[in-house]
Design a protein around this ligand. Structure first.
Ligand SMILES: Nc1nc2c(ncn2[C@@H]2O[C@H](COP(=O)(O)OP(=O)(O)OP(=O)(O)O)[C@@H](O)[C@H]2O)c(=O)[nH]1
Ligand SMILES: [Mg+2]
Length: 309
């Protein structure tokens, strides 16, 4: 399956919903008035484009319509697609690397259930497929099943997993992991962390301690602090993630579960909200469903017309 096909399949629900409504609106009426535009605007909002992205796209569509440049729903989808790419592209960059080609340390952070552990595993899959050597660190010592979950990804990707017992000091595991990954000349160390603790303060203290200890061995680490955001969640959970981003010093985003609902339009809104680049997207549950984010593939997949039923 090509990279674009992965995006297309993952975003099928969103594409189908959008295409159906845009085609529906456009075939219902001959001339577009404020009410028609409002309907289209509502459709974009309900696909989670967010107010700001929706306004930009709508302004562009109105303008082109008035200039007589739009001849059908395909034209509207094309305008929206190009606007989406233009919004997302300036924020793009690649995964950071340790400057001297030494071990690159990636710290996974995010609210509970947002996809940290799964993304750590899938990222190990992506990187090992590129011939990189990966070590995984199981620093979620709070949740009993977390270590086992990461071990499975270790087996799947032939990556070493550094872990300790349930309830162990997460910072101590991180320290051991940096030592082990350096000793075996890994290219990447991916550190999974807890999304849950006794309370939020305990969680943030644990993260801060982990950073202090890691930097004793590697002063410039972590090179990337990836915040996972469940794209299928509502505004409340976004607020929670925003707080998390500030406290953890997140450097970039991973949008997970874009495949889950018909609300896959959230990328622009989330990028604008956090002012951080989206490096990867989760388009499904299989290992190969984590992909480097491509604004072009993303926008093309959302506005491609979806699947006829
Ligand atoms: N469909 C879909 N499911 C995903 C994706 N990413 C993660 N999931 C699922 O979301 C659930 C939670 O993922 P985890 O990786 O365990 O989340 P976490 O942030 O580590 O959770 P805690 O450790 O409890 O804080 C799992 O069932 C994953 O399979 C994705 O991109 N698409
Ligand atoms: Mg986890």
């Amino acid at each position: 399956m090509s990279l674009f096909d992965t995006f297309k399949r993952g975003l099928q629900k969103t594409a189908t919903a959008l295409s159906r409504s845009v085609t529906g609106i456009f075939t219902e009426v001959r001339t577009w008035d404020d009410e028609t535009f409002k309907k289209l605007e509502d459709e974009l909002i309900s696909a989670d484009f967010g107010v700001s992205a929706t306004k930009k796209i709508m302004a562009d569509i109105r303008d082109r319509y008035q200039r007589g440049l739009l001849n059908g729903s395909d034209d509207i989808l094309a305008v929206a697609r190009d606007d989406m790419v233009a919004m997302l592209k300036p924020g793009m960059r690649k995964l950071a690397q340790a400057p001297d080609g030494s071990l690159t340390v990636i710290l996974m952070v995010g609210v509970n259930g947002s996809g940290k552990t799964t993304t750590a595993g899938k990222l190990a899959f992506l990187l090992t497929k590129q011939g990189k050597k990966v070590t995984l660190a199981a620093c979620d010592t709070f949740r009993a099943a977390a270590v086992e979950q990461l071990r499975l990804w270790g087996e799947r990707t032939n990556s070493q997993v550094i872990a300790s017992r349930h309830g162990a000091d997460a910072a101590a595991v991180a320290y051991d992991a940096v030592s082990a990954a350096t000793a075996r000349s890994s290219d990447y160390l991916i550190i999974d962390t807890a999304g849950r603790q006794h309370n939020q303060k305990a969680l943030m203290d644990e993260l801060a301690k982990m950073l202090r200890i890691i930097r004793k061995l590697k002063p410039d680490a972590p090179h990337e602090t990836l915040l996972t955001i469940d794209a299928s969640i509502g505004a409340n959970a976004i607020a929670q993630a925003r707080e998390f981003a500030a406290l953890s010093g997140a450097s970039a985003l991973v949008l997970t579960k874009l495949d889950g609902t018909g609300k896959g339009g959230a990328a622009a809104a989330i990028q604008e909200e956090f002012r951080l680049p989206i490096l990867f997207v989760g388009l499904g549950e299989a290992p190969e469903d984590l992909q480097e984010f491509s604004p072009e593939h993303y926008a093309e997949a959302i506005f491609s017309g979806g699947q006829p039923e």
